[in-house]
Design a protein around this ligand. Structure first.
Ligand SMILES: *Cc1c(COP(=O)(O)O)cnc(C)c1O
Length: 469
């Protein structure tokens, strides 16, 4: 049976259910499968004609091992994708013969995080019911994750969810997507402070062992293995289709922050999907781009950009790739991460980087270039993209200019109406929210504004859990 091991080697090996509910490993590492299940080329060929749910079921089944029956997995998948507003879940749009866009924003909150979090919500619910357990989810958000998590866990009887966002520092659409959810198990708190303050409060709650146990705190951040797994599916879905049509290995271009999404592409490739390259696309916060060019990992200060969900310094999922770069030696990972945290930069061996660059390449776009891509894409194709998607498209086009024989699928990670100001400024077009969200600005909001004060916040969580039951 498939087991999961920690990248740092000091945590227990776990099955799928325990890995999902644990999130982070107890030694501070990340869980990865002990061995990656494979899919034969012939079977991938057949997938060109299968629908999203069929492929999701086939891709995920070997990873969930004995913890989910085949029927349960299918039931959870159906429940997870029933609220998407297109039948094919992840439509593939052609801009040019060799440039395609994979639209991942058709879920409830208009960003690709729904693809993983809708599934995670249902999986949590399933395992908690079986175990007769209740948990309290606490999370900090700079915008997209909060609303996707709330939509995933609203109304789930075994979960209370508290999401902290920085007061007046998220967009109107982002705030309203969180605060207009009326379910009694959902709590929104606007903290007088920055996103980092919110994140520090959440960390402090987890570090308070007594509070953590009392509230049965749980985390659902992007390092959760079940989220990665759910994202692996759309690479195989889109890759199989295009491979069948063109006969060529596909390159994926991925707008990247925490390295979760592009790592899922790496898993798809490891399972047997024919992939030419994985392009890591960053905004000005380009630590990953610099790494793939130089082999050196070095942080610099975060600068705010028009693609805020990628304004990240340290990409938490990168450790999973590092584990493979070190030949799966947990000791080397633990030492490197410890050094990185305490002393700063590290550099990978040139030989190792040579191997890494056979699969990974990278690029970066500043805000002016990103706006230019939004404008150009609208003028040339009549296709409106959000700033995150534009970062990807810009990097994809630069790659195609140098590799004209390649075929690229660029991932569209958010709906343009989620970032209306930047889109309008660049293109002159006011992106419209989909019908089902058209009245978002009229719905009543429910949230607390609180000072950046740990004791007060903990009291709020305690009393919220008590009242919600
Ligand atoms: C979270 C997010 C990203 C970055 O995804 P990672 O998995 O963190 O690399 C990109 N675009 C949008 C719109 C996002 O919400």
């Amino acid at each position: 049976m498939l087991r999961y091991i920690s990248t740092r080697g000091q945590a227990p090996r776990l099955g799928f259910a325990d890995t999902t509910l644990a999130g982070l490993a107890s030694d501070g590492g990340l869980y990865v499968p002990e061995a990656c299940p494979k899919i034969e080329p012939g079977e991938i060929g057949n997938m060109a004609n299968q629908n999203y749910l069929e492929i999701a079921w086939r891709v995920m089944l070997p990873f969930v091992s004995e913890d989910l029956s085949s029927e349960d997995l299918l039931r959870l998948l159906k429940a997870s994708y029933k609220n998407f507003d297109t039948k094919d879940i992840a439509p593939l749009k052609e801009l040019e013969d060799n440039l395609h866009v994979l639209e991942l924003f058709h879920g409830p909150t208009l960003a690709f995080k729904d693809v993983a979090l809708q599934f995670l919500g249902n999986v949590f619910d399933h395992f908690l019911k079986i175990r007769k357990e209740k948990v309290t989810i606490v999370g900090a958000t700079s915008g997209d994750t909060g609303s996707a998590a709330i939509e995933a866990f609203r109304g789930k009887p075994n979960v209370n969810i508290f999401i902290f966002h920085p007061h007046k520092r998220v967009s109107d659409v982002q705030r309203r997507q969180m605060t207009t959810v009326q379910d009694s198990n959902v709590f929104n708190v606007a903290i007088d402070g920055s996103f980092d303050d919110c994140q520090d409060l959440v960390k402090a709650m987890f570090n308070d062992a007594k509070f953590r146990a009392e509230m049965k705190l749980s985390a659902i951040n992007s390092i959760n293995w079940a989220r990665i797994l759910a994202q692996t599916v759309y690479y195989i879905y889109a890759g199989a289709k295009l491979h069948d049509k063109t006969g060529k290995d596909v390159t994926f271009c991925v707008p990247t922050g925490n390295f979760g999404n592009v790592y899922a592409g790496y898993v798809a490739q490891s399972m047997g999907l024919p992939v030419e390259r994985l392009l890591v696309a960053t905004n000005r916060n380009d630590i990953l781009h610099r790494f793939f060019v130089s082999g050196k990992m070095k942080t610099e200060g975060v600068v705010p950009t028009i693609s805020p969900s990628m304004d990240i310094q340290i990409s938490s999922n990168f450790e999973r790739l590092l584990f493979d770069m070190f030949g799966r030696m947990p000791k080397a990972v633990a030492q490197t991460m410890e050094h990185f945290r305490k002393d700063g930069p590290f550099k990978m061996d040139d030989k190792v980087m040579e191997g890494v660059r056979k699969l990974f390449a990278s690029g970066r776009m500043d805000d002016a270039q990103t706006s230019e891509v939004i404008k150009r894409t609208w003028q040339k194709y009549g296709y409106l993209v959000d700033p995150h998607t534009a970062v990807g498209l810009g990097v994809a086009q630069a790659y195609l200019a140098e590799n004209p024989k390649s075929t690229v699928i660029s991932l569209a990670t958010a709906h343009p109406a989620k970032f209306p100001d930047a889109v309008k400024r660049a293109s002159g077009v006011d992106p419209q929210l989909p019908e089902r969200l058209a009245d978002l600005h009229k719905r009543p909001e429910k949230y607390e504004v609180m000072a950046n004060d740990l004791a007060k916040v903990q009291d709020f969580v305690r009393s919220g859990v008590k009242h919600a039951g």
